[in-house]
Design a protein. Structure first.
Length: 313
């Protein structure tokens, strides 16, 4: 696979080994709020957009939805290296952008302004920039473009669609919330629910209680690597906290979920079985840096309480 036509290495940051690190790729619109610029691009075209970005290259872009998540990942790296300076299993953040290198100067300057530990900026003019994800060893891809996300998932890379919103940066540690079915787990129970309704899904889960779920959902690989990093610390000292917030009921459908996580060796700090109740109030308590769900109504509920959310289509 050819390298993207322009990769800018951030020499201010120690480069990570992508074969060992947890590589996260974010697009510029996921990490910064570029909604006004994007509107300009759609209405006036690429040249006008490039002119605007060059004229404002020293003006930092405001933080976007994934900004606080990236900052918290940076905090985890700091804690890991404090306990073991030789550790290579770190978060490695790269920016994947459809900007040209000329209009990308503002992106690089903005990252440096905020002290973001981004190792590489890949400026790709290709229509489908997701073709470069695998060559960079990316384990999670966050984008504000739905086609990008679908392409990444088809390439076998964990990916989610970020919706632009005002995000208050929550404090450390890094807090990540996963939905269960069709996000961490496969969508087998969802399919039974679609075909046979709630009663059918409950019966199916009772019958399958002793059988952990199969290959897992689109974010399993990312969650497993996150869990591996988390295990470097005791529970009290961990700079990472992970949560399961699922529409399943704990009484009828919770046992299999817990057994599956145990079988995978994935330590989840807290699990909430909502039995179909809205997730917004519990997310407001947790204050995660990012919440992954496959239900748009749950994403909307999270956004209503100011939680940075990413939809897994």
């Amino acid at each position: 696979m050819a390298e993207p036509e322009s990769t800018v290495i951030n020499t201010d940051v120690k480069q990570k080994d992508p074969s060992e690190a947890l590589v996260i790729a974010v697009t510029t619109r996921a990490i910064f709020n570029l909604e006004e610029e994007h509107k300009l691009y759609l209405e006036k075209g690429k040249e006008e957009y490039t002119r605007h970005q060059q004229a404002n290259q020293d003006k930092p872009l405001p933080p976007g939805t994934a900004f606080a998540f990236i900052q918290a990942a940076q905090y985890v790296n700091k804690k890991i290296l404090e306990s073991n300076p030789a550790e290579k299993d770190l978060f490695d953040i790269l920016v994947l952008s459809n900007n040209s290198p000329e209009s990308g100067v503002r992106i690089v300057n903005s990252a440096k302004h905020y002290g973001l530990e981004i190792s590489k900026f890949c400026f790709v003019s290709d229509e489908d920039s997701t073709q470069y994800l695998k060559s960079h060893g990316v384990k999670l891809f966050l984008s504000a473009d739905r086609i990008d996300v679908c392409n990444a998932l088809q390439r076998g890379v964990s990916a989610a669609l970020v919706f632009q919103q005002e995000v208050q940066a929550p404090s450390t540690p890094l807090r990540v919330v996963f939905d269960g079915d069709a996000v961490l787990f496969s969508n087998e129970t969802d399919q039974v629910f679609q075909e046979q309704g709630l009663e059918g899904a409950v019966q199916y889960e009772r019958a399958m209680e002793a059988v952990p779920m199969g290959e897992g959902g689109p974010l399993k690989a990312f969650a497993m690597h996150l869990g591996k990093i988390r295990k470097k610390f005791s529970q009290e000292k961990s700079p990472i906290r992970t949560y399961l917030v699922t529409a399943r009921s704990g009484r009828d459908m919770g046992i299999r979920a817990i057994k599956t996580l145990r079988e995978w060796g994935l330590a989840i700090d807290e699990a909430f079985f909502m039995d179909g109740a809205p997730k917004g109030p519990i997310l407001a308590q947790i204050q995660p840096h990012i919440f992954f769900d496959d239900g748009l109504h749950n994403i909307q509920g999270a956004q209503d309480v100011g939680i940075p959310s990413a939809w897994v289509p």
